[in-house]
Design a protein around this ligand. Structure first.
Ligand SMILES: C[S@@+](CC[C@H](N)C(=O)[O-])C[C@H]1O[C@@H](n2cnc3c(N)ncnc32)[C@H](O)[C@@H]1O
Length: 329
């Protein structure tokens, strides 16, 4: 049954998170309240993750906690809002697919009351049935259940959407930093070709690049960061998937090799940076979110000037980049 207080609080959270004048502190508090409000309406959340053929699906409890990564939640929610408004200019009713919605569907639920069911229909998808049930229940309590099509409990990297379902807006955040562990690449590769032509995706583009860094200087206010760019390993977007897609069957995606400049300082670490362009205006860069913390590849040991690394992205149950030392120049 709808709960007027919950519905009102969701609307207030949405208004605050979409307001670009708000301070980081206010956004953090708002995301914590959103988490508390959603958590309060239901029993405790299951904490069993699933290791799928395409990567790890976080447990409903872990997925719920993603809301608390407030810059992530805010930035992606703003991009979804912008995407909805763009799509509404193009179609009377916008079909949205939210893959990996988790128990709180936080990138869509706060926005649903802003549009009538005649303008927006959303399909929630998650591999965890209890997460999906909780997200649907929250939509009922928020009084927006009429915006939902039947949900899909399935592996998003394999599911075949119902023939009549051609989403114009696809929301997918099933990733960790450097596209490791979780199946963002495999899920996008499966779902995007099943969307309407020219469909929008949130996040719109993810870039992973390699750099050398003096990690001791990353947070030292007295010294500038020392970084040496080595090159981009992958861009994940609707445009790039058209070419990446041909390699997916092989279980790996070839990436450019990396050459360490001959004049690079000794003793630096090789890091992978993640930049998430949720929309052209909404970007997460180094340290903005847990998803964009640089990954330090300590396993490569000491990096020497002139060294060459061959790189590929591994698909399957443990997705991630693999770098192999090819030898000195
Ligand atoms: C990182 S959480 C994100 C939750 C929520 N979308 C958010 O932004 O806060 C990922 C969610 O995606 C689901 N998931 C991961 N891989 C999946 C897959 N292959 N198919 C369906 N759901 C998946 C997990 O069960 C989890 O609920």
């Amino acid at each position: 049954m709808a709960n007027f207080d919950f519905a009102q609080r969701l609307q207030a959270h949405a208004a605050l998170l979409l307001d670009r004048q708000q301070s980081p502190g206010a956004l953090r508090t708002c995301c914590a309240q959103l988490f508390d409000d959603c958590e309060a309406l239901g029993g405790s959340l299951d904490d069993h993750a699933s290791d799928l053929d395409c990567g790890r699906a976080l447990s409903p409890l872990e997925a719920a906690r993603c809301v608390l990564d407030f810059q992530r939640t805010t930035t992606l929610l703003r991009a979804v809002d912008a995407g909805l408004r763009t799509c509404m200019q193009q179609a009377d009713t916008v079909e949205v697919l939210y893959a990996g919605c988790g128990p709180f569907a936080p990138l869509l639920l706060p926005l649903l009351a802003r549009y009538p069911a005649s303008r927006l229909q959303a399909t929630l998808l998650d591999v965890h049935a209890t997460a999906l049930a909780r997200a649907q229940a929250l939509c009922s309590v928020a009084g927006v259940r009429d915006r939902l099509r039947p949900s899909l409990c399935a592996d998003a990297a394999r599911v075949q959407l119902p023939q009549a379902l051609r989403p114009r807006l696809l929301i997918v955040e099933v990733m960790q930093r450097a596209l490791e562990k979780e199946p963002q690449v495999a899920v996008l590769a499966n779902l995007l070709p099943q969307c309407a032509a020219g469909a929008l995706v949130v996040p719109q583009r993810i870039r992973v690049s390699a750099e050398l860094a003096d990690t001791a200087r990353e947070f030292d206010p007295a010294r500038h960061r020392l970084r040496v760019p080595l090159g981009e390993l992958m861009e994940l977007s609707a445009a790039s998937l058209a070419t990446l897609g041909t390699q997916l069957g092989a279980g790996r995606i070839a990436c450019p090799s990396l050459r360490v400049p001959i004049d690079a300082p000794e003793g630096l670490d090789l890091i992978l940076r993640t930049r998430i362009e949720a929309s052209p205006e909404d970007v997460l860069d180094d340290y903005d979110s847990g998803l964009t913390y640089p990954a330090v590849l300590k396993n490569l040991g000491r990096i020497r000037p002139g060294e060459l690394f061959h790189c590929h992205y591994r698909l399957g149950p443990r997705p991630g980049f693999e770098l192999q030392r090819a030898g000195p120049m």
